[in-house]
Design a protein around this ligand. Structure first.
Ligand code: KIV
Ligand code: ZN
Length: 509
């Protein structure tokens, strides 16, 4: 039997710390459900003491998720730990993750404490967390740059205090694989009580080495990897879960370990996270990029047709890409629609299914072939919906070579239909100006991105619009075969988010 490596997913905590990737409570819940289908061992649902919104989101996830451990992050402070304990009270298997920085530069410049003081706080934090649960994780922040002797000392003390998981973060993405692997082996060999805890790693990707460092750690005895879907996370991100999992699965001959991840859920989960966060997946991204399994060269195509293993080390189906991508059309019925969604891991309640089916029919009128990607975009559109103060009713655009583009937009604003016309540099610019003229929201456009969901000129465009107002950032999404309509939908979606849910102020970690 291969030894088990736990997958600790921190998309909802470290992933959400990416500038611009903030998610509302509903979106977090959708992602938590997807992570449960994916069978992550631990879901780090958030940082409950960061804000009331974070507390509520962690609590809601803890109350619902039953098949994964649900974890809340807490600094080594009493109030943080109590907040995490309370948010997790309803969890089937709650975990409190407490941390304090241990590298000299953090002690001197950030904490202004000496090593003994830091160790004392770490021990007190672990002991306090144990009042709420037996499942306590301790992280030595910036462990990748921490003095080896002090790291051994604080890890031993944390285990003695009751930590059952010891996490060694490479917080700043500074490590290189063989050195990081040595660090894990050294800890397991030198810390006298090391066998009483599971060693975990949490690698950032500043040098593009997060996955390699995580794998080196596994090779040296780490049995938990902290990672995020699509590698989302602070700065250059965290280790990408799909890459770690598929490396361990595909090279089981080398690592001799496995995870419990249901790999066919990887692609749908990746899509959901990309849509919600507004962080589009690059086409050549391993495992989940659109080209990850596309063979373009004739020699490769010929080889794959003769024997797939000539150029494929894993199958596209094993990670959730479907073999037959053309799935449904205008004549497809509700049952075919429902069962295709189920095959894609999407299970809707009856009322949601009715609505999705109507939208599918409308799309099928415009687009002859509906692909899996179209279905997922359609459903994601429903998932990310928010209360609508503004609703797009009509759009008319005029764009002709040599003439100034013009757009007329009809919106329902607080239940009342209003219309505005504007000109702009292009049809999207004109339409956005018309919308801005109808809504009294002073927001700055931070990102506008268009992505074709499938190939062909009748493909749906998926647009993300990121807006900022007073330090608060939201992402809006829209999909349509008409790019200008998709853009306006995304803009209106972002505006509705901005005027909706209250902002979540966060202390700096
Ligand atoms: O990168 C880091 O050190 C963290 C800790 C809070 C685990 O995210
Ligand atoms: Zn981190």
């Amino acid at each position: 039997m291969a030894e088990h490596v736990r997958i600790f997913d921190t998309t909802l905590r470290d992933g959400e710390q990416s500038p611009g990737a903030s998610m509302n409570a509903d979106e977090k819940m959708q992602i938590a459900r997807a992570l449960e289908r994916l069978q992550a061992d631990v879901i780090e649902a958030g940082f409950p003491s960061a804000s009331q919104g974070d507390f509520a989101a962690v609590k809601a996830i803890a109350d619902e998720v039953r098949e994964c451990q649900v974890c809340g992050l807490a600094r080594a402070r009493e109030a943080d730990i109590d907040g995490a304990g309370q948010a997790l009270a309803g969890a089937a298997d709650p975990r409190i993750h407490t941390f304090i920085a241990t590298s000299d530069v953090h002690l001197r410049a950030k904490l202004k404490m000496d090593r003994d003081e830091v160790q004392e706080l770490a021990v007190a934090a672990v002991k306090r967390a144990r009042k709420y649960t037996d499942n306590v994780e301790f992280s030595a922040e910036d462990a990748g740059r921490t003095d080896w002797d002090f790291l051994c000392r604080i890890v031993e003390a944390a285990i003695d205090a009751g930590a059952t998981t010891i996490n060694i973060p490479d917080t700043v993405g500074y490590a290189i694989p063989w050195e990081f692997g040595d660090r894990i082996r050294m800890l397991r060999e030198r810390v006298p009580n090391a066998e009483r805890a599971v060693f975990s790693v949490h690698c950032h990707n500043d040098l593009g080495l997060a996955v390699a460092n995580s794998l080196a750690a596994v090779e040296n005895g780490a049995r938990q990897v902290e990672c995020t879907i699509n590698g989302l996370g602070e700065r250059a991100g965290n280790a990408a879960m799909e890459e770690v999992v598929m490396a361990l699965r595909t090279r089981a001959d080398h690592f001799g370990v496995d995870t419990r991840i249901e790999t066919t859920e990887i692609v749908p989960t990746s899509r959901l996270v990309a849509t919600v966060s507004g962080f589009v997946v690059q086409p050549n991204k391993a495992i989940v990029g659109a080209n990850a399994f596309a063979h373009e060269s004739g020699i490769h195509q010929d080889g794959v047709l003769k024997e797939r293993q000539t150029y494929e080390i894993m199958t596209a189906e094993s990670v959730g890409w479907s073999r037959n991508r053309m799935v449904l059309g205008k004549l497809s019925g509700r049952n075919a629609f429902r069962s295709r969604l189920a095959e894609l891991g999407v299970h809707l309640k009856d009322a949601e299914l009715d609505e999705a089916f109507q939208r599918f029919k409308a799309l099928a009128d415009k687009k002859r072939e509906i692909f899996d990607e179209d279905l997922l975009a359609l459903v994601n559109d429903q998932v990310t919906r928010v209360a609508e103060r503004f609703r797009l009713v009509g759009l008319q655009v005029g764009s002709e070579t040599g003439k100034i583009p013009e757009a007329r937009v009809t919106l329902e604003v607080d239940g009342e239909q209003q219309e505005a016309t504007a000109t702009g540099d292009g049809p999207v610019d004109a339409a956005f100006k018309a919308v801005a003229g109808l809504v009294d929201v002073d927001a700055e456009l931070k990102l506008y991105s268009v992505n074709a969901i499938t190939g062909g000129t009748d493909a749906q465009g998926e647009v993300t619009v990121r807006l900022e107002r007073g330090g608060r950032i939201v992402n809006g999404q829209g999909a349509d075969t008409d790019i200008v309509a998709a853009s306006v939908k995304a803009y209106v979606h972002a505006l509705n988010k901005l005027v909706g849910e209250a902002p979540a102020e966060r202390p700096h970690l």
